[in-house]
Design a protein around this ligand. Sequence first.
Ligand code: ADP
Length: 263
Amino acid sequence: STVRLDGVSMTQEDGSYRGMLFHLQDVTDIRRLERMRSEFVANVSHELKTPLAAVKGFAETLLGGVSDEKTSRSFLQIIYDESERLNRLIRDILELSKIESKRSAMEYSPIHLSTFFESMFEFMKPYADKKRIQLKMEVPEELFIEGDEDKLRQIFTNLLSNAVSYSQEGGRVQLTAEEMQEGDNLRFTVKDSGIGIPKKDLPRIFERFYRVDKARSRVSGGTGLGLSIVKHLVELHQGSIKVESEPGMGSSFIIEMPLLQEG
Ligand code: ADP
């Protein structure tokens, strides 16, 4: 623990010495936040530099003159893909900083869950179809939740697209919503039959930029920020998220949140 001590000497009204006032402050948390912030900036710079270096390098090569059409097209494709990657990174970084600085106000409305998830599944279906992945949902018709619709959409888009990305061809992804016994909380489960997550990585996957397999995340277009955005958005809804997974056996992401928001 780091402590900061400040002292000022106090005087009486007539100017004579009265004593010292000491202020003792535990700055451990402040230090920790400062360190996390500078680590984040270092990570961000690193993440941005990699695609930028590719864009620059391949553009230089093209400018230097590449004779055959096929090679230059493949270089242009790399430049395009890496620019898209930069785009996604910047979008996620801004999103995360907006959520973390609490500039992201909540806009609650009642949401009919089965309608909400059906429209989301329509959006996800083309991605799932490409890998012949079955998307299933089990959501009771009568369920409503009070939540921020855009933020909920982002939570489940991230979880469902991870479930598809980290599954083999022909896999299965299932979304379940259920009322919990007490009746004032809901539990959502996004379960896949994918590659799973090693035990040692489980505690860290909600950290910013943490990936189990960098190369795989890159191929699937991931930024490594999806789950930390999800966790923040769940917490903004007074909820919690956990993961259960085993390598080769698939993963389940389980969210619990109140049906109604207080205040
Ligand atoms: P990314 O953009 O890399 O997918 P996320 O923050 O969404 O970043 O996830 C962090 C890491 O957690 C991923 O790189 C991956 O290793 C792991 N992961 C997330 N979801 C799943 C899943 N459904 N199955 C297996 N691994 C997953």
